[in-house]
Design a protein. Structure first.
Length: 247
């Protein structure tokens, strides 16, 4: 037992030291515990809450880019702002229930029309999610950003912005190998490396736009994602052979 001073000793007791907690109970308790507090609560390891929100090795998440199959459902998420607007695209592998983050748009101080053009260039048919706070924010002309982007032709739904629930959902997918990220998403990786909590356990709300859009995709994207439309030539009426000999 470590001695703090002549009258104090440090004892770290975890759930394994509590005889009446069975394996199922501990598993349920761990699932309901925020990731940054799991070691503190389950192992008795002191923690002030500081550190990475997603404590995973990049190699566990990173994949080389590949062509997305047409039948995989796609969706994007949009986090708007004058200083930084971020868009993240995801594709869902139906066979493994894996979400692949495959493209990003990351630009500041540009008009909504500029961002809209970049979004449409990656597929006008892809539905999108937007930060629900955009309903209450406006550009210089006073028009609400949500309505403004819709008027520019984007198919948008408000995302669920439950922060802790979204973080849990992303964490679970990362821990089970069901969230992968293309190695080419340089801004996503830069944010991932800095996404953290402060010494009070609060999320540091800086440089986290793509981390927010990741939450939107995981917690809301699966319900609106769709596969690529069938090319028009496959929808054409079948050609009937002329068997009359021209008569």
């Amino acid at each position: 037992m470590p001695e703090v001073n002549s009258s104090k000793y440090l004892v770290m007791a975890g759930w394994d030291d509590v005889a009446h907690l069975d394996a199922d109970t501990k598993a349920k308790m761990l699932q309901n515990t925020p990731p940054h507090l799991r070691k503190a609560r389950s192992k008795g390891m002191p923690s002030l809450g500081a550190g990475a929100i997603y404590p995973f090795e990049e190699e566990e998440l990173r994949v080389d880019p590949f062509a997305i199959p047409r039948h995989w459902r796609r969706v994007y998420a949009l986090d708007v702002g004058w200083n930084r607007t971020a868009v993240l695209w995801g594709a869902i592998d139906p066979d493994t229930d894996t979400l692949y983050l495959y493209a990003e748009h990351y630009r500041g101080q540009a008009e909504p029309s500029v961002h809209t053009a970049a979004i449409k260039a990656r597929g006008e048919w892809i539905p999108g999610l937007i930060d629900p706070a955009a309903r209450g924010r406006s550009q210089i002309d006073g028009q609400r950003l949500f309505n403004l982007y819709q008027s520019l032709g984007l198919s948008l739904k408000p995302a669920d912005n439950s922060v802790e629930a979204g973080i849990y959902a992303v964490y679970e997918r990362m821990s089970t190998g069901r969230l992968k990220v293309f190695s080419t998403l340089m801004n996503w990786w830069a944010e991932f490396r800095l996404y953290r909590r402060d010494e009070n356990g609060k999320i540091v709300k800086k440089f986290d736009h793509l981390m927010d859009t990741t939450r939107y995709l995981v917690i809301s994207g699966f319900r609106i994602a769709i596969p690529a439309p069938v090319p028009r030539e496959f929808n054409a009426a079948p050609v009937v052979a002329d068997t009359t000999g021209g008569y």
